[in-house]
Write a protein that binds this ligand. Structure first.
Ligand code: SPV
Ligand code: MN
Length: 632
């Protein structure tokens, strides 16, 4: 072994203490390929962890801000979101077809050749940081081990805030080869420390080896192995075993009298209210992004957050709409901001509230010449005028730092799941909240989520796209197999423990294009769902599912916000838009008919839903049905 070339004696001992030949093999293979100047093994000790943060500062990948513990990182003008185009699944010869239209694939041999060539020498002159993590709580049946090699101290530092230390977990692996590994290089950097060759950005997913190779990027959704790259590997692993990996928050919903707590999971496409639902005041949070779900011997569904931090969108975090996060960003603690405006050591972002005056100049992401923004800035190299902070600017913090963290965050057995919510950004079709008739109907609802695109991915915003289970960007198994896994999961849950499934939509607009809902109104829809889980309120059966009664919603608005929820708004929000739903079914039908092996049960649900809508249309002779028609 020639690891001595890069790694000093003390570090080598740490590596050897793992007694895992595959770990050493992988490290040697990629140090040989990427050619860093040296490599550093990071274990779970506070000194090693502090080293990573300091390195990010010394290398100017992060800049220290005025409040203790806070730093800012800039990803670079062309690297502000997930790059779907250059994120590809390496498909073995002859398998490309089976992945269908929605999964971006490249021939495995060709793709490997391409990415390995780009990675050759990508770490030249840099330090490779080698880290060990646990995806999920330590000493838990849910959790997986993950090895990260990166030349970005920002990436390694972010992962420290977001994931649990896993050096000791790797020891427990003994010589097992069952771990994920992620190789990342930010590639050549500009004099502002952002990635230079963004055109050679690649994120290639290799299911065969449980590895992801990522190069020429820094944005966390592209670079951090443990985030969306591990999500993809885990979706594949789960489906071939007997559990699920989902793009879901985990929160405990508390009724107004605080007499109990009920755990909900929620899947929403990126930038569609997932974090803010998980953070609704009055509730406690376990996670905001990724959950592993298992069925226990006693028949219930349990879930863990594989993360221990939040990489959240900062836009609209204000004292009014997101008081918990706002307070945490305004007080000293370890925090990494990205792509915000910085002036005199302070952070500024879009929608932070009227209590703050945005300075007239500062440093931001606007051009490759960071640091040159000023009021009325026009224009950057592309001739564009820009807002002072990016709509996908973010913050990274540890969940333990939050006052509303739930006490079960690190429970190795996770929490019992009572309900699952699916939501999307839908301005014209669905109602704010409804409940499915069954698990199978819930799978149909999840599979037919549609959402208008946002700043969380590169490309145009506001285009309606199909987003099954809010997970499409990350699904790396054929859609039919993915749906079958959900249906099969449901069949294995004890009958009296099947979670209720709900749909929410916070984005319904009136004729003038104004949202009906205020940002925190989602609290009401959650409170209603919580009551339904406990059998405490009846609901009205409609063609799409069970919807709330006016009296129940009115009472919740009154008790929670002292707000009078008027009948007119209820009718406007909860009318069943038959024609819009039928059109949606048509779109969904076409998509799934073009996929292989979609379970028949799914099409049955779709047809039943269509029939119910057609019958209601016939019965009432109109296309928009007032909720009061279903009073029974
Ligand atoms: C998302 O876009 O779904 C995120 C942020 O949670 S990232 O992980 O960067 O993709
Ligand atoms: Mn996400």
């Amino acid at each position: 072994m020639s690891l001595e070339k890069w790694i000093d004696k003390e570090d080598l001992e740490k590596l050897r203490a793992l007694e895992n030949p595959k770990v050493e093999r992988v490290i040697e293979e990629y140090l040989t390929l990427c050619k860093p100047a040296k490599a550093k093994i990071i274990d779970d000790s506070p000194e090693d962890i502090a080293f990573v943060r300091q390195l990010a500062i010394d290398k100017k990948e992060e800049i220290v801000l005025g409040l203790e513990g806070q730093t800012v990182h800039f990803d670079g003008y062309y690297d502000q979101a997930r790059d779907k185009k250059n994120t590809r699944l390496l498909a073995p010869a002859g398998e490309k077809e089976k992945y269908g239209k929605h999964i971006n694939t490249v021939d495995r041999d060709e793709g490997l050749k391409e990415v390995l060539e780009i990675m050759d020498g990508a770490m030249e002159g840099k330090i490779a940081i080698i880290r060990f993590f646990s995806l999920g709580p330590t000493k838990s049946r849910f959790s997986l081990c993950a090895l990260q090699i990166t030349d970005s101290a920002y990436v390694a530092h972010s992962e420290d805030l977001l994931y649990r230390q896993g050096y000791e977990e790797f020891k427990r692996l003994e010589d097992s080869e069952d771990f994920f590994y992620f190789i990342h290089s930010a590639g050549e950097l500009t004099d502002k420390y952002v990635t230079k060759n963004v055109d050679d950005r690649r994120i290639y997913i290799d299911l065969q080896e449980n590895r992801v190779l990522s190069v020429n990027n820094q944005y966390a959704g592209n670079s951090l192995g443990l985030k969306k790259l591990a999500l993809r590997l885990a979706i594949n692993k789960a489906i071939h075993e007997d559990w699920l990996t989902e793009h879901m928050f985990i929160s405990a919903i508390w009724p107004l009298d605080k007499s109990r707590k009920t755990y909900f999971l929620g899947a929403f496409p990126s930038a569609c209210g997932k974090t803010s639902t998980a953070m609704v005041p009055g509730n406690t949070i376990i996670g905001d992004d990724i959950a592993y779900l298992r069925i226990y011997e006693s028949g219930e569904v349990r879930a863990v957050n594989i993360e221990r931090g939040i990489f959240g969108i900062i836009k609209d975090v204000s004292p009014k709409d997101d008081p918990v996060i706002y307070n945490s960003l305004m007080t000293p603690r370890e925090t990494i901001f990205s792509n915000i405006l910085v002036s005199e050591g302070k952070s500024y972002w879009l929608g932070m509230g009227k209590q703050v005056t945005i300075p007239e100049s500062g440093m931001n992401w606007t051009s490759s010449k960071l640091g040159e923004w000023h009021e009325g800035f026009c224009c950057n190299e592309e001739g564009k005028e820009f807002k002072f902070s990016h709509p996908n600017a973010r913050y990274t913090i540890r969940l333990e730092e939050l006052e509303n963290v739930d006490e079960a965050l690190h429970d190795p057995n996770g929490v019992e799941v009572s309900a699952i919510i699916y939501g999307g950004r839908d301005s014209d079709t669905s109602v704010p909240v409804y409940e499915s008739f069954s698990w199978e109907h819930g799978v149909y609802i999840g599979a037919s989520v549609e959402s208008e695109t946002t700043a969380a991915t590169l490309g145009k915003a506001g285009v309606r796209k199909h987003q099954p289970m809010a997970n499409l960007d990350f699904i790396v198994v054929p859609l039919g197999e993915y749906l079958e896994a959900h249906l099969d999961f449901g069949r294995r849950i004890a009958q009296n423990k099947v979670p209720k499934i709900f749909s929410t939509n916070y984005f319904l607009k009136d004729k003038k294009g104004r949202y009906y809902d205020e940002i925190l109104d989602k609290k009401i829809w959650l409170l209603w769902a919580e009551k339904r889980v406990h059998g405490e309120c009846s609901a009205m059966e409609t063609p799409i599912g069970y919807i709330p009664k006016y009296e129940d919603i009115k009472a919740l608005f009154k008790d929670a916000f002292d707000f009078d929820y008027i009948k007119e708004r209820y009718v406007a929000e909860f009318s069943i838009r038959i024609q819009k739903f039928l059109k949606k079914i048509e779109r969904i039908d076409i998509i799934f008919k073009n996929e292989k092996d979609v379970p028949e049960e799914f099409f049955n649900e779709l047809e039943n839903q269509r029939q119910r809508l057609l019958e209601a249309k016939e019965k009432y002779g109109t296309e928009v049905l007032s909720p009061f028609l279903f009073q029974g």
